[in-house]
Design a binder for this molecule. Sequence first.
Ligand code: G3H
Ligand code: 13P
Ligand code: ZN
Length: 325
Amino acid sequence: MPLVNSKELFKKAYDGGYAIGAFNCNNMEIVQAITEAAQECKSPVILQVSAGARKYAKPCYLKHLVEAACEDTDIPIVLHLDHGADFEICKDCIDGGFTSVMIDASSKSFEENIALTKKVVEYAHAHKPYVTVEAELGTLAGIEDDVKVEHGAESYTKPEDVEEFVRRTGCDSLAIAIGTSHGAYKFRPEQCTRDPKTGILLPPPLRFDILEEVSKRLPGFPIVLHGSSSVNQEYVKIINDHGGKLVDAVGVPESQLRQAARLAVCKINIDSDLRLAMTAGIREHMEAHPDHFDPRQYVGDGRKYVKDLVKHKITEVLGSDGKAE
Ligand code: G3H
Ligand code: 13P
Ligand code: ZN
Protein backbone atom coordinates (compact mmCIF):
# COMPACT_ATOMS: atom_id res chain seq x y z
CA MET A 1 0.00 0.00 0.00
CA PRO A 2 1.41 3.48 -0.85
CA LEU A 3 2.27 5.90 1.96
CA VAL A 4 -0.60 8.00 3.33
CA ASN A 5 -0.69 11.31 5.21
CA SER A 6 -2.12 11.48 8.73
CA LYS A 7 -5.37 13.37 7.99
CA GLU A 8 -7.86 10.48 7.72
CA LEU A 9 -6.02 8.33 10.25
CA PHE A 10 -6.28 11.04 12.91
CA LYS A 11 -9.94 11.66 12.18
CA LYS A 12 -10.73 7.99 12.72
CA ALA A 13 -8.48 7.83 15.79
CA TYR A 14 -10.15 10.89 17.32
CA ASP A 15 -13.64 9.51 16.75
CA GLY A 16 -12.63 6.01 17.83
CA GLY A 17 -10.85 6.98 21.07
CA TYR A 18 -7.48 5.52 20.15
CA ALA A 19 -4.09 6.85 19.02
CA ILE A 20 -1.65 6.01 16.24
CA GLY A 21 1.86 5.08 17.37
CA ALA A 22 4.65 7.19 15.93
CA PHE A 23 7.81 5.17 16.23
CA ASN A 24 11.29 6.51 15.44
CA CYS A 25 13.36 4.50 13.00
CA ASN A 26 17.07 4.57 12.29
CA ASN A 27 17.87 1.29 10.53
CA MET A 28 16.44 -1.72 8.69
CA GLU A 29 15.79 -3.87 11.74
CA ILE A 30 13.78 -1.12 13.46
CA VAL A 31 11.70 -0.43 10.33
CA GLN A 32 10.99 -4.16 9.98
CA ALA A 33 10.17 -4.63 13.68
CA ILE A 34 7.69 -1.72 13.69
CA THR A 35 5.94 -2.51 10.43
CA GLU A 36 5.78 -6.29 10.95
CA ALA A 37 4.25 -5.70 14.38
CA ALA A 38 1.73 -3.23 12.94
CA GLN A 39 0.89 -5.65 10.11
CA GLU A 40 0.25 -8.52 12.54
CA CYS A 41 -1.95 -6.24 14.67
CA LYS A 42 -3.69 -4.81 11.57
CA SER A 43 -2.83 -1.33 12.80
CA PRO A 44 -1.98 1.89 10.95
CA VAL A 45 1.45 3.20 11.95
CA ILE A 46 3.64 6.29 11.68
CA LEU A 47 7.32 5.80 10.90
CA GLN A 48 9.12 8.93 12.01
CA VAL A 49 12.57 10.07 11.11
CA SER A 50 14.57 12.66 13.06
CA ALA A 51 17.39 14.85 11.74
CA GLY A 52 19.73 12.54 13.69
CA ALA A 53 18.30 9.48 11.94
CA ARG A 54 18.81 11.15 8.56
CA LYS A 55 22.40 11.87 9.49
CA TYR A 56 22.98 8.31 10.75
CA ALA A 57 21.33 6.30 7.98
CA LYS A 58 21.29 8.85 5.09
CA PRO A 59 17.90 10.03 3.77
CA CYS A 60 18.00 7.80 0.67
CA TYR A 61 18.47 4.61 2.72
CA LEU A 62 15.61 5.47 5.05
CA LYS A 63 13.35 6.33 2.11
CA HIS A 64 13.99 2.99 0.43
CA LEU A 65 13.64 1.04 3.68
CA VAL A 66 10.24 2.62 4.19
CA GLU A 67 9.29 1.90 0.57
CA ALA A 68 10.26 -1.73 1.15
CA ALA A 69 8.05 -1.82 4.26
CA CYS A 70 5.12 -0.51 2.18
CA GLU A 71 5.72 -3.26 -0.36
CA ASP A 72 5.92 -5.90 2.38
CA THR A 73 2.69 -4.89 4.18
CA ASP A 74 -0.86 -3.78 3.44
CA ILE A 75 -1.45 -1.36 6.31
CA PRO A 76 -1.56 2.45 6.13
CA ILE A 77 1.94 3.83 6.82
CA VAL A 78 2.79 7.53 7.28
CA LEU A 79 6.37 8.70 6.72
CA HIS A 80 6.84 11.64 9.07
CA LEU A 81 9.68 14.08 9.81
CA ASP A 82 10.17 14.30 13.58
CA HIS A 83 11.18 17.70 15.05
CA GLY A 84 11.92 19.56 11.83
CA ALA A 85 13.97 22.53 13.01
CA ASP A 86 13.62 24.82 10.01
CA PHE A 87 11.82 25.35 6.70
CA GLU A 88 14.65 23.78 4.68
CA ILE A 89 14.53 20.34 6.31
CA CYS A 90 10.72 20.28 6.04
CA LYS A 91 10.91 21.23 2.34
CA ASP A 92 13.59 18.63 1.70
CA CYS A 93 11.44 15.90 3.26
CA ILE A 94 8.25 17.04 1.47
CA ASP A 95 10.10 17.09 -1.87
CA GLY A 96 11.59 13.70 -1.04
CA GLY A 97 8.26 11.91 -0.56
CA PHE A 98 7.45 12.28 3.16
CA THR A 99 3.69 12.37 3.68
CA SER A 100 3.84 14.33 6.94
CA VAL A 101 6.27 16.72 8.64
CA MET A 102 6.67 18.34 12.02
CA ILE A 103 7.92 21.91 12.20
CA ASP A 104 9.18 22.38 15.74
CA ALA A 105 9.48 26.10 16.38
CA SER A 106 8.40 25.66 20.00
CA SER A 107 11.59 27.24 21.35
CA LYS A 108 10.88 30.46 19.43
CA SER A 109 8.53 33.30 20.41
CA PHE A 110 4.79 32.82 19.81
CA GLU A 111 4.86 35.12 16.76
CA GLU A 112 7.99 33.50 15.29
CA ASN A 113 6.52 30.05 15.86
CA ILE A 114 3.37 31.10 13.99
CA ALA A 115 5.31 32.65 11.09
CA LEU A 116 7.56 29.63 10.54
CA THR A 117 4.79 27.07 11.02
CA LYS A 118 2.57 28.95 8.53
CA LYS A 119 5.36 28.99 5.94
CA VAL A 120 5.77 25.20 6.22
CA VAL A 121 1.98 24.64 6.16
CA GLU A 122 1.61 26.69 2.96
CA TYR A 123 4.32 24.67 1.24
CA ALA A 124 3.09 21.28 2.52
CA HIS A 125 -0.58 21.86 1.72
CA ALA A 126 0.18 23.11 -1.80
CA HIS A 127 2.14 19.92 -2.46
CA LYS A 128 0.45 17.20 -4.48
CA PRO A 129 -0.43 14.99 -2.71
CA TYR A 130 -1.25 17.05 0.40
CA VAL A 131 1.35 16.71 3.18
CA THR A 132 0.12 17.04 6.76
CA VAL A 133 1.91 19.33 9.24
CA GLU A 134 2.37 18.91 12.98
CA ALA A 135 3.36 21.97 15.04
CA GLU A 136 4.27 22.41 18.71
CA LEU A 137 3.37 24.83 21.47
CA GLY A 138 5.12 24.57 24.83
CA THR A 139 8.53 22.96 25.41
CA LEU A 140 9.45 19.54 26.74
CA ALA A 141 12.48 18.77 28.87
CA GLY A 142 15.05 16.33 27.53
CA ILE A 143 17.26 15.86 24.50
CA GLU A 144 16.35 16.10 20.81
CA ASP A 145 19.37 15.88 18.56
CA ASP A 146 21.73 18.59 19.80
CA VAL A 147 19.13 20.58 21.74
CA LYS A 148 18.98 19.85 25.47
CA VAL A 149 16.26 21.43 27.63
CA GLU A 150 17.06 21.01 31.33
CA HIS A 151 14.37 19.86 33.74
CA GLY A 152 12.93 23.06 35.17
CA ALA A 153 13.40 24.99 31.89
CA GLU A 154 10.47 23.26 30.16
CA SER A 155 7.11 25.04 29.86
CA TYR A 156 3.59 23.66 29.72
CA THR A 157 1.37 24.61 26.80
CA LYS A 158 -0.91 27.54 27.62
CA PRO A 159 -4.44 26.51 26.60
CA GLU A 160 -5.40 30.13 25.97
CA ASP A 161 -2.89 30.22 23.04
CA VAL A 162 -4.03 27.18 21.07
CA GLU A 163 -7.05 28.50 19.12
CA GLU A 164 -5.19 31.52 17.76
CA PHE A 165 -2.15 29.36 16.94
CA VAL A 166 -4.11 26.73 15.00
CA ARG A 167 -6.26 29.33 13.22
CA ARG A 168 -3.32 31.47 12.12
CA THR A 169 -1.01 28.61 11.09
CA GLY A 170 -3.46 26.14 9.54
CA CYS A 171 -1.50 23.21 11.03
CA ASP A 172 -3.12 19.75 10.94
CA SER A 173 -2.15 18.59 14.44
CA LEU A 174 -0.60 20.11 17.53
CA ALA A 175 1.97 18.72 19.95
CA ILE A 176 1.47 20.00 23.48
CA ALA A 177 3.53 19.91 26.66
CA ILE A 178 1.69 18.35 29.59
CA GLY A 179 4.59 16.92 31.59
CA THR A 180 6.18 14.34 29.30
CA SER A 181 9.81 14.73 28.27
CA HIS A 182 12.24 13.08 25.88
CA GLY A 183 14.60 10.25 26.79
CA ALA A 184 14.73 7.48 29.40
CA TYR A 185 15.06 9.82 32.40
CA LYS A 186 11.82 11.75 32.23
CA PHE A 187 11.58 12.87 35.80
CA ARG A 188 14.20 13.78 38.38
CA PRO A 189 14.11 11.52 41.47
CA GLU A 190 12.92 14.49 43.57
CA GLN A 191 9.85 14.85 41.29
CA CYS A 192 8.88 11.22 42.04
CA THR A 193 8.06 9.00 44.97
CA ARG A 194 10.05 5.80 45.41
CA ASP A 195 8.37 2.41 45.79
CA PRO A 196 9.79 1.22 49.14
CA LYS A 197 9.68 -2.46 48.07
CA THR A 198 11.30 -2.27 44.63
CA GLY A 199 13.17 1.04 44.87
CA ILE A 200 11.62 1.99 41.49
CA LEU A 201 10.63 5.64 40.96
CA LEU A 202 6.92 6.42 40.61
CA PRO A 203 6.47 9.52 38.44
CA PRO A 204 4.09 12.45 38.99
CA PRO A 205 0.88 12.38 36.89
CA LEU A 206 0.59 14.16 33.54
CA ARG A 207 -1.36 17.45 33.42
CA PHE A 208 -4.67 16.08 32.13
CA ASP A 209 -6.27 19.38 33.10
CA ILE A 210 -4.25 21.10 30.34
CA LEU A 211 -5.11 18.39 27.78
CA GLU A 212 -8.80 18.68 28.59
CA GLU A 213 -8.78 22.49 28.38
CA VAL A 214 -6.93 22.37 25.05
CA SER A 215 -9.38 19.86 23.59
CA LYS A 216 -12.35 21.93 24.76
CA ARG A 217 -10.93 24.89 22.87
CA LEU A 218 -10.11 22.78 19.77
CA PRO A 219 -12.98 20.32 19.42
CA GLY A 220 -12.18 17.46 17.02
CA PHE A 221 -8.59 18.63 16.55
CA PRO A 222 -5.81 15.99 16.80
CA ILE A 223 -3.34 16.43 19.65
CA VAL A 224 0.12 14.87 19.73
CA LEU A 225 2.15 13.67 22.70
CA HIS A 226 5.93 13.60 22.44
CA GLY A 227 8.19 11.99 25.01
CA SER A 228 5.75 9.14 25.53
CA SER A 229 8.01 6.21 26.28
CA SER A 230 7.09 4.34 29.44
CA VAL A 231 10.61 3.05 30.13
CA ASN A 232 9.18 -0.40 30.89
CA GLN A 233 11.13 -1.66 33.88
CA GLU A 234 11.34 -5.23 32.53
CA TYR A 235 13.68 -3.98 29.80
CA VAL A 236 15.67 -1.80 32.20
CA LYS A 237 16.14 -4.89 34.41
CA ILE A 238 17.30 -7.07 31.50
CA ILE A 239 19.80 -4.39 30.50
CA ASN A 240 21.09 -3.95 34.05
CA ASP A 241 21.22 -7.71 34.68
CA HIS A 242 23.40 -8.14 31.60
CA GLY A 243 26.08 -5.58 32.15
CA GLY A 244 24.18 -2.32 31.61
CA LYS A 245 23.89 0.56 34.05
CA LEU A 246 20.68 2.56 33.80
CA VAL A 247 20.02 4.16 37.17
CA ASP A 248 16.63 5.70 37.98
CA ALA A 249 15.38 5.49 34.39
CA VAL A 250 11.68 6.39 34.48
CA GLY A 251 8.93 7.03 31.94
CA VAL A 252 5.23 7.84 31.58
CA PRO A 253 2.97 5.05 32.93
CA GLU A 254 1.16 3.24 30.13
CA SER A 255 -2.21 3.65 31.86
CA GLN A 256 -1.89 7.44 31.52
CA LEU A 257 -1.06 7.15 27.82
CA ARG A 258 -4.08 4.89 27.31
CA GLN A 259 -6.21 7.54 29.00
CA ALA A 260 -4.73 10.28 26.75
CA ALA A 261 -5.45 8.12 23.66
CA ARG A 262 -9.12 7.90 24.67
CA LEU A 263 -9.23 11.72 24.77
CA ALA A 264 -8.00 14.06 22.00
CA VAL A 265 -4.51 12.55 21.65
CA CYS A 266 -4.28 10.92 18.20
CA LYS A 267 -0.49 10.46 17.91
CA ILE A 268 1.83 9.10 20.59
CA ASN A 269 5.60 9.33 19.99
CA ILE A 270 7.78 6.47 21.14
CA ASP A 271 11.51 6.19 20.62
CA SER A 272 13.34 5.50 23.89
CA ASP A 273 11.29 2.34 24.55
CA LEU A 274 12.44 0.92 21.21
CA ARG A 275 16.04 1.72 22.09
CA LEU A 276 15.68 -0.04 25.43
CA ALA A 277 14.07 -3.12 23.85
CA MET A 278 16.77 -3.36 21.18
CA THR A 279 19.52 -2.98 23.79
CA ALA A 280 17.90 -5.56 26.10
CA GLY A 281 17.70 -8.12 23.27
CA ILE A 282 21.29 -7.57 22.20
CA ARG A 283 22.77 -7.54 25.72
CA GLU A 284 20.91 -10.70 26.69
CA HIS A 285 22.05 -12.45 23.52
CA MET A 286 25.66 -11.38 23.92
CA GLU A 287 25.86 -12.64 27.48
CA ALA A 288 24.15 -15.95 26.68
CA HIS A 289 26.30 -16.57 23.59
CA PRO A 290 29.78 -15.14 24.09
CA ASP A 291 30.94 -17.17 21.09
CA HIS A 292 28.54 -15.49 18.62
CA PHE A 293 29.89 -12.87 16.26
CA ASP A 294 27.32 -12.86 13.45
CA PRO A 295 25.36 -9.58 13.73
CA ARG A 296 22.28 -11.32 12.36
CA GLN A 297 22.15 -13.39 15.53
CA TYR A 298 22.28 -10.60 18.12
CA VAL A 299 20.71 -7.78 16.07
CA GLY A 300 18.05 -10.32 15.10
CA ASP A 301 17.22 -10.79 18.78
CA GLY A 302 17.12 -7.01 19.23
CA ARG A 303 14.65 -6.82 16.32
CA LYS A 304 12.45 -9.48 17.91
CA TYR A 305 12.37 -7.55 21.21
CA VAL A 306 11.41 -4.33 19.40
CA LYS A 307 8.67 -6.14 17.46
CA ASP A 308 7.20 -7.62 20.66
CA LEU A 309 7.30 -4.20 22.30
CA VAL A 310 5.52 -2.50 19.39
CA LYS A 311 2.79 -5.17 19.44
CA HIS A 312 2.36 -4.56 23.16
CA LYS A 313 2.09 -0.79 22.61
CA ILE A 314 -0.46 -1.17 19.82
CA THR A 315 -2.73 -3.54 21.73
CA GLU A 316 -2.33 -2.35 25.34
CA VAL A 317 -1.55 1.37 25.07
CA LEU A 318 -2.61 2.89 21.74
CA GLY A 319 -5.70 0.77 21.04
CA SER A 320 -5.06 0.95 17.28
CA ASP A 321 -5.16 -2.81 16.65
CA GLY A 322 -7.65 -3.87 14.00
CA LYS A 323 -8.00 -0.27 12.73
CA ALA A 324 -6.04 -0.67 9.49
CA GLU A 325 -9.04 -1.63 7.31
O1 G3H B 1 12.52 13.46 19.97
C1 G3H B 1 13.57 12.86 19.87
C2 G3H B 1 13.63 11.49 19.31
O2 G3H B 1 13.79 10.54 20.33
C3 G3H B 1 14.70 11.38 18.27
O3 G3H B 1 15.95 11.25 18.85
O4 G3H B 1 17.24 13.00 17.65
O5 G3H B 1 18.40 11.14 18.87
O6 G3H B 1 17.17 10.68 16.75
P1 G3H B 1 17.27 11.54 17.98
P1 13P C 1 10.64 9.25 23.98
O1 13P C 1 12.04 9.67 24.26
O2 13P C 1 9.80 9.30 25.20
O3 13P C 1 10.57 7.92 23.32
O4 13P C 1 10.00 10.34 22.98
C1 13P C 1 10.16 10.22 21.59
C2 13P C 1 9.69 11.44 20.87
O5 13P C 1 8.98 12.27 21.38
C3 13P C 1 10.12 11.57 19.48
O6 13P C 1 9.71 12.78 18.92
ZN1 ZN D 1 9.64 14.39 20.30
